[in-house]
Design a protein around this ligand. Structure first.
Ligand code: ZN
Length: 310
């Protein structure tokens, strides 16, 4: 069976936390070996740490996400360092900058300051950092040039930046991670950008419970009890005991772009991302699975990691 590593997700998210052990189990059954679970604020770092203690497959990651910058306590950075010190298996993230609809209300210079501190910390600790960037790639590149390069790697998660910027980020040590959000780009634009990404810098992720791929319904996994699903899909999931994958589903809803934006993403849907990215790159999914897995293993094989390179 092919092996995959979900380079960025949020299995501690309160929307799915009670179901996380089942989600991990079914994703593992489909070949996902590790899940990099990213904390986003002081409020959820303990949840990430607990999950990682209970599940050998979880690589914990701690960071302050730009959306939560305004809510940080005066001690946030000290607390973050304590989490990283006491959790040698952890990486840094989710951190970043955001000028999109969520981020534009949060003071941008504060976002940059908080990101800079965390990038410097990741560099000092020799750990990879997972970066969220929405409509601020120019600012991010400038900051990364001033703090970097990053020999331990940085992950541009759910990358939707331009093809032209790929080489500049690569030079600084960036990896490019793709999720279901890639399907929101026009196919020719996605293809052009993907083909610029060096083959040793490609990663796959789900960003679950967000970023449900807009694939055919029959190829997707859904989260049991997700009340945003149409009733007939919801009933099918709750009645099946072994798998949350759907077969012979509703004739009415055929692909996930027709579902509510609130529909939860399942970590086993990394297979849909794999299929899509492989088709854009015109390589087989086996080749891409192997490539992205090797890249992830190299990146997450820092000292103390649960992923050890063979
Ligand atoms: Zn995320």
């Amino acid at each position: 069976m092919m092996k995959l590593l979900d380079a960025h997700c949020h299995l501690q998210d309160p929307r799915i936390l009670s179901k996380t052990p089942n989600l991990i189990k079914s994703a593992q059954d489909s070949g996902v070996v590790h899940f990099v679970v990213n904390g986003v604020s002081e409020q959820d770092w303990h949840l990430v740490k607990n999950l990682a203690q209970n599940h050998p497959s979880i690589i914990p990651s701690f960071g302050l996400h730009p959306w939560y910058v305004a809510d940080r306590s005066p001690n946030w950075f000290k607390t973050l360092k304590e989490y990283l010190d006491s959790t040698p298996s952890a990486a840094v993230g989710e951190i970043g900058v955001d000028k999109g609809s969520h981020g534009k209300n949060i003071d941008f210079s504060e976002q940059v300051g908080v990101l800079q501190q965390q990038l410097e910390l990741a560099k000092d600790l020799n750990k990879p950092a997972s970066i969220h960037c929405v409509r601020a790639f120019g600012d991010l590149l400038e900051l990364m040039k001033s703090v970097g390069p990053f020999p331990a790697g940085v992950i541009l998660h759910s990358y939707l930046g331009s093809a032209e910027m790929v080489p500049e980020f690569s030079k600084l040590g960036a990896y490019f991670s793709f999720s279901g959000f890639l399907m929101s780009l026009k196919a020719n634009k996605a293809k052009k950008m993907l083909k610029m990404v060096p083959s040793d810098r490609i990663l796959l992720e789900t960003d679950a419970p967000d970023a449900l791929p807009t694939s055919n319904i029959d190829s997707l996994f859904f989260v049991e009890g997700d009340t945003s699903l149409p009733k007939e899909l919801h009933d099918q999931i709750t009645s099946s005991s072994t798998s949350t994958s759907l077969s012979n589903s509703s004739q009415v809803v055929t692909d996930a772009s027709m579902l509510s934006k609130e529909t939860l993403n399942h970590p086993a849907n990394i297979h849909s991302v794999l299929d899509y990215v492989a088709s854009m790159l015109e390589i087989t999914k086996e080749e891409l699975a192997d490539l992205s897995y090797q890249n992830a293993v190299r990146l997450f094989s820092y000292e103390g990691s649960k992923v050890l390179q063979k």
